[in-house]
Design a protein around this ligand. Structure first.
Ligand code: FRU
Length: 461
C-alpha cells in the first residue's frame, strides 16, 4: 500500500489558510454551502509534495474562518477517472451534494502531454462520504472542434435548468469557454462556445478553471488563461487569472463582453472558484501559488495553500476583492492602535507569525512598506504621481488605482503568506514568502496614519 506523505517541519505552515495536512495541493474545487457548512475541496496529491495523480482533498467550516480537515473526497480509482480527478465544482440538488469533475486519462506512450479528458459526477448526502455515479462519465468526450484540453466544469442553476461551463481549447489552438445544459445533472446537451481568446498571446491558448456568475446585474466570466504574454506592467506571472464583464443571453448562448482584466496583482494567485453564500454574497477562493514556482515548503513534506476566502463586488465594471467580513473573528489580540503624523521609518509589527495590519494613510507623497527578516525582504511602494503600487518579492508586480489622497491598506500575514488589500479590494497582491523569522513590518512615509495591528489565530485550521 502507498504511504501518505508526512510533514517533517512546520516552519512555513499556515495558521489560518486552508492547506493539506501534508502533500501537494493546487486549485480550489467544489466551493459550496451544504447543510450548515461551507465546503471547500482542492486538487490534492497525498503521496508526495509534488503534483501527481489528482485526488480531491476536503475541508469544511461553519464560519469561513475555522476549518476542519475531512477525509479525501475523491480518488482516481475508477475507469472514468483513472489518471486523476481534475478540477470541478459542486452543486446542491434535492438536498444532495453533487461534485462534477474532470476525469484525466493518459495514452499509454509515457508522454504527459498525450492525454484525453471527460466529465464525471459524484454525490453525497452527508457532505463527507462521496459515491461516484454508476454511469460515469456524464460527458464522454470533447466536442468535435475541440482539442484534448477539455476540463474544469463549473455548474450552476438558472430557471430550473443546469448549466456547465468548461475550460477548453479549439482546434484552431485558441483558448475558449464552452457550455452545456441539463435537466438532471446527468444528461448534458452541448450548447457551444460562449467566449474565446481574441488572440493567442493576448488572451491565451487554453482557458482553465472558468467560472460564470451574475453580480450587480452583469454576467462575469472569471477564468485562468494560459499563454498570455507579459505586456508592460501586466500579465507578469506564468499564467493569469482575470475576468470579462458583460451580458449573457441564455436564449442564444451569446456573451457580449469587454476586455480581459487581471483580478489580483501578486505573484501567487491562480485557478479561482466562487460560490454564492446563503446571504447572497459572491465568495471566491484562489490557489495561493503559481505553477512552476519554487515551493520551498516541499522540503518539509507539503506544497501549496488556498487564499483567504474573499468577497467579490462589482463597481463600475471592475471586480473588487476583499477578505470576507468573518475574517475579523481571526483576531485574538489587539497589539497596537494609534493615529498620528508619521515622518520617519516606523516599526508597525514584529514577532508575529499571524497578524493583520490595517492602515489608513492620508498623504500626497510616496510611501513604502517593507516586510523584512535579516537580508530578506518583500517591499510595497506607492508612487502618488502615477497612483501605482509596486510589489517587490524577488521581481516586481504592479497595480494602479484611481487617484485618492486617502489610502486604505488591509494586510494579512500568515507565516509564509501575505495578502494586501488596497482600498477595500480595488487592488490586491497575494504573495508567498519564506523567511526564517516572523517579519518586521516597517512603514516609511510622511503621512497622517491610523494604524491598527491585531494578532490572528494561528490555529484556525
Ligand atoms: C489549473 C489546472 C486545471 C486542472 C488542474 C489539475 O491549475 O491545470 O486546469 O484541472 O489544475 O490539477
Amino acid at each position: 500500500m502507498k504511504q501518505m506523505i508526512k510533514l517533517n517541519n512546520d516552519r512555513y505552515r499556515l495558521g489560518y489558510h486552508v492547506s493539506a495536512l501534508a502533500g501537494w495541493i493546487n486549485d480550489p474545487n467544489g466551493f459550496c454551502y451544504y447543510k450548515g457548512y461551507y465546503h471547500i475541496f482542492y486538487q490534492y496529491h497525498p503521496y508526495s509534495a509534488d503534483w501527481g495523480p489528482m485526488h480531491w482533498g476536503h475541508a469544511r467550516s461553519k464560519d469561513l474562518v475555522h476549518w476542519e480537515s475531512l477525509p479525501i473526497a475523491l480518488a482516481p480509482d475508477t475507469k472514468a477517472d483513472e489518471d486523476g480527478c481534475f478540477s470541478g465544482s459542486a452543486i446542491v440538488k434535492d438536498d444532495v451534494l453533487y461534485l462534477i469533475y474532470t476525469g484525466h486519462h493518459y495514452y499509454d506512450d509515457g508522454d504527459p502531454d498525450h492525454f484525453w479528458q471527460n466529465q464525471n459526477l459524484a454525490y453525497s448526502t452527508d457532505g463527507i462520504n462521496f459515491t461516484k455515479y454508476e454511469n460515469n462519465p456524464i460527458i464522454a468526450s470533447a466536442p468535435e472542434d475541440n482539442t484534448h484540453h477539455f476540463r474544469d466544469p463549473k455548474v450552476w442553476e438558472k430557471d430550473g435548468k443546469y448549466y456547465m461551463i468548461l475550460g477548453s481549447q479549439g482546434k484552431d489552438g485558441v483558448g475558449r469557454a464552452i457550455t452545456y445544459r441539463s435537466d438532471d445533472l446527468k444528461d448534458w446537451q452541448y450548447l457551444g462556445v460562449i467566449a474565446k481568446a481574441n488572440g493567442l498571446t493576448t488572451e491565451g491558448f487554453m482557458w482553465e478553471c472558468p467560472d460564470f456568475f451574475e453580480l450587480a446585474g452583469k454576467d462575469i466570466l472569471l477564468l485562468s488563461p494560459q499563454g498570455i504574454e507579459a505586456q508592460g506592467q501586466k500579465y507578469l506571472n506564468l499564467f493569469q487569472t482575470g475576468y470579462f464583464v458583460g451580458n449573457f443571453d441564455y436564449s442564444t448562448n451569446t456573451f457580449e463582453h469587454g476586455g480581459f482584466t487581471e483580478l489580483d496583482h501578486g505573484h501567487d494567485f491562480y485557478a479561482t472558484q466562487t460560490t454564492l453564500a446563503p446571504d447572497g454574497r459572491r465568495l471566491v477562493f484562489g490557489w495561493m501559488d503559481m505553477w512552476e514556482s519554487e515551493f520551498p515548503e516541499k522540503a518539509d513534506g507539503w506544497a501549496g495553500a488556498l487564499t483567504l476566502p474573499r468577497e467579490l463586488e462589482l463597481k463600475d465594471d471592475q471586480l473588487y476583492m476583499r477578505p470576507v467580513k468573518e475574517a475579523v473573528q481571526l483576531r485574538t489580540a489587539e497589539i497596537s492602535v494609534w493615529n498620528k503624523q508619521v515622518t520617519e521609518k516606523t516599526l508597525l509589527c514584529e514577532n508575529e507569525h499571524q497578524a493583520e495590519i490595517d492602515l489608513i494613510l492620508t498623504t500626497d507623497q510616496a510611501f513604502e512598506l517593507a516586510f523584512t527578516d535579516q537580508d530578506k525582504q518583500v517591499k510595497l511602494t506607492f508612487d502618488q504621481a502615477t497612483h501605482t503600487f509596486t510589489l517587490l518579492n524577488g521581481d516586481a508586480r504592479y497595480a494602479s488605482i484611481k487617484p485618492n489622497s486617502e489610502l486604505k491598506l488591509q494586510i494579512f500575514i500568515d507565516t509564509s503568506s501575505l495578502e494586501i488589500f488596497i482600498n477595500d479590494g480595488e487592488a490586491v497582491f497575494t504573495e508567498r514568502f519564506y523567511f526564517d523569522n516572523a517579519p518586521q513590518v516597517w512603514l516609511t512615509a510622511k503621512a497622517q496614519c491610523l494604524t491598527q495591528v491585531y494578532r490572528l489565530d494561528g490555529q484556525a485550521i
